[in-house]
Design a protein around this ligand. Structure first.
Ligand code: AMP
Length: 634
């Protein structure tokens, strides 16, 4: 691993020299002076004085060489619509959208809140903002009115862009009543709401504050809006993420650093070359969507595939057929999607010609070993787990195959990416942990380009939330547990904030989940800590079985529960053994596939979880309640 090690070392020892070279990947209208301003730690300002524009780098810059190459392939299995846009067509659509926004008063520095389903206009709107120097804040289309209202009040948008409806799994979800309610709840008065009419919910179109997009698009059909040249450190977007408090936290990103980091990641991690096709199955409302549906593939001159729909409609072969049809080279999704696909007929995967596909990337949550093994064998292609957060904007841990073809290590998302000065630290002393010793995954100052520059409107919160939790050190905390081996591979062991403490022993719920998922009968599992009068906390496991539950046979169920508990005993010791194993047929999750552990824990402790607007399927909560209710039988 010498090449990787040298590369990484250089990026840490001399970030200025390293990133000065990397910055050549993008177009600078005005060259930067100082590479890195370290005058106000923990704030880092990259490429100071340089002026650039994300839309120019993603689109305009490619027109000379690839105007007729597809920039965007849009497929919706919800509406049956498929559309292709060349770079020239994308450029025209973004100019139209930018002109429409400008006609509604949007200017440099204004916030535009984008509340859209997975439609091409979401990408146009983001890039139109970038073009104008406006700051987009994309709010995931699945969020409910109270979440939207909170974001409106924090971001204070000059414009909201929305649609009549989204669609998921064949169900139409009206957006305008949600926007209506959010606007009524919010104290901030947004001057305009721009409506993309998909004709999915036509009866809603007459609300008084809405401006219809289509007639304005016609009006500005031939518009050309010049790119605003922004100083590298001006904000490009704000993306809200949940923290430990109820108040949404606006992750603010810059312009130049983000463009440079994404461009570097496309070579070093994703190995995407101009002309390649990349399919990131995520949502533009999440950071993976911002970085790897919209900005990175376009900055690097690829074709990006945007998909509206689920992985199993019309059937579980749809994604593999997309790979075949569009000759997709790079695919990126979350492990949850694969666990769903694992349950499908294996013939569906085999039937597709996947010869174009080079690599599958997975991120957003832990990749369990059985799923990793299954998909690696099924595809016979490299499967690259990568670990990062909304805050970092691009992978912190991965296998940087564009630098050196390092082997995968099952259960680990890999080694630190260039620029990330990652240290596992003891949570009590802040000192670095020894190899193999569990601690908090932290990053030393400065964070590399592309990472959050601050919390929107709240510099103090940036410092107090992220840079103040490790004793005796001002380092960035990921709030994840990890352990590093002698070769630098890091394994993630769950959130520090999901830690449970059983009889004085700290346990990561993730470790117990790993142990349980190694059992052949287990498809999915969530482990939470519940109050225990003697031990403080006890682990409780909620398990989804691979096959149907042994409903009718209580003794068989009891046997299996005992066996599962023993599996944990064997792998982690009896201290980690779940006090109870509860069989359910689905687990409550967010739409991005994250387990709603807190909600499960609340139910397990006999409390109600409160409002969960991000839940994928509320029926899952009832499942947990019911399963707990018949606990006496276990
Ligand atoms: P988000 O900001 O919503 O993307 O969530 C980031 C969190 O998801 C991280 O702090 C981790 O807890 C978890 N996470 C993301 N990617 C991975 C991964 N590859 N392996 C394990 N956990 C992950």
């Amino acid at each position: 691993m010498t090449r990787y090690r040298d590369f990484h070392r250089r990026s840490i020892d001399n970030p200025e020299a390293f990133w000065r070279d990397e910055a050549q990947r993008i177009h600078w209208h005005t060259p930067f002076g100082t590479v890195l301003d370290r005058s106000k730690p923990p704030f880092a300002r990259w490429f100071v004085g340089g002026r650039t524009n994300l839309c120019h780098n993603a689109v305009d810059r490619h027109l000379a060489e690839r105007a007729q190459q597809n920039a965007l392939i849009y497929v919706s299995t919800e509406t049956g619509i498929e559309r292709h846009y060349t770079y020239a067509e994308l450029h025209a659509e973004i100019n139209r959208m930018a002109a429409v926004m400008r006609s509604l008063g949007v200017k440099r520095g204004d916030v535009v809140l984008i509340y859209l389903p997975m439609i091409p206009e979401a990408l146009f709107a983001m890039l139109a903002c970038a073009r104008l120097g406006a700051i987009h804040s994309v709010v995931f289309g699945g969020f409910a009115a109270p979440n939207l209202a909170a974001r409106i009040d924090d971001a204070k948008p000059a414009l909201i862009v929305t649609a009549d409806a989204g669609a998921r799994g064949g169900k139409v979800i009206d957006y305008t009543p949600l926007v209506d309610e959010a606007l009524a709840r919010a104290a901030h008065k947004t001057p305009h709401v721009l409506l993309i009419d998909r004709q999915l919910a036509p009866e809603r179109l007459n609300a008084p504050y809405l401006v219809a997009y289509e007639p304005l698009r016609e009006q500005f059909f031939n518009a050309h809006v010049p790119c605003e040249w922004l100083e590298s450190n001006e904000p490009s977007y704000v993306l809200y993420t949940s923290g430990t408090t109820g108040k949404p936290k606006g992750v603010q990103r810059d312009v130049g650093g983000y463009a440079v980091a994404l461009a570097a990641s496309m070579e070093y991690i994703f190995q995407g070359k101009p002309g390649d096709t990349m399919f990131t199955a995520s949502d533009v409302g999440w950071v993976v969507g911002h970085s790897y549906i919209v900005y990175a593939p376009l900055i690097a001159g690829l074709t990006t595939v945007m998909y509206e729909g689920t992985p199993i409609r019309p059937d579980g072969g749809i994604w593999w057929r997309l790979v075949e049809q569009h000759k997709i080279n790079i695919m990126f999704t979350a492990p949850t999607a694969l666990r769903v696909l694992k349950k499908q007929d294996p013939a569906l995967l085999k039937a597709a010609d996947l010869s174009s596909l080079r690599t599958l990337f997975l991120a957003g949550e832990p990749l369990d070993e059985p799923t990793a093994e299954w998909i690696t064998n099924a595809l016979s292609k490299p499967v690259i787990d990568n670990y990062w957060q909304t805050e970092t904007g691009w992978p912190m841990l991965a296998i940087p195959r564009g630098i050196e073809d390092l082997p995968n290590k099952l259960g680990s998302p890999g080694v630190p990416s260039v620029g990330y000065n990652l240290t596992i630290r003891d949570e009590l002393t802040g000192e670095p942990c020894a190899v193999g010793e569990k601690g908090v995954l932290t990053l030393d100052y400065p964070l590399p380009p592309g990472c959050m520059s601050t919390v929107w409107g709240d510099d103090r919160r940036f410092v107090s939330t992220y840079w103040s939790s490790v004793p005796n050190q001002q380092v960035y905390s990921t709030f994840d547990w990890g352990v590093q081996d002698e070769n630098g591979y890091v394994t993630i062991l769950g959130r520090t904030d999901d830690v449970i403490n059983v009889a004085g022993h700290r346990l990561g719920t993730r470790e117990i989940e790993e142990a349980l998922s190694s059992h052949a009968a287990v498809a999915e599992v969530a482990v939470v800590g519940v109050n225990d009068p003697v031990k403080g906390q006890a682990a409780m496991a909620f398990v989804v079985l691979r096959s149907a539950q042994p409903e009718g046979d209580p003794s068989e169920r009891a046997r299996l529960e005992a066996e599962l508990a023993m599996t944990v005993d064997r792998q982690l010791g009896s201290i980690a053994r779940p006090a109870r194993v509860v069989m359910v047929s689905m687990l409550p999750k967010t739409r991005s596939g994250k387990l709603l552990r807190r909600a499960i824990a609340a139910l397990a402790e006999g409390r109600e979880p409160g409002e969960l607007p991000t839940i994928e399927d509320p029926a899952a909560l009832q499942q947990v309640r019911d399963a707990l209710g018949d606990g006496g039988k276990n």
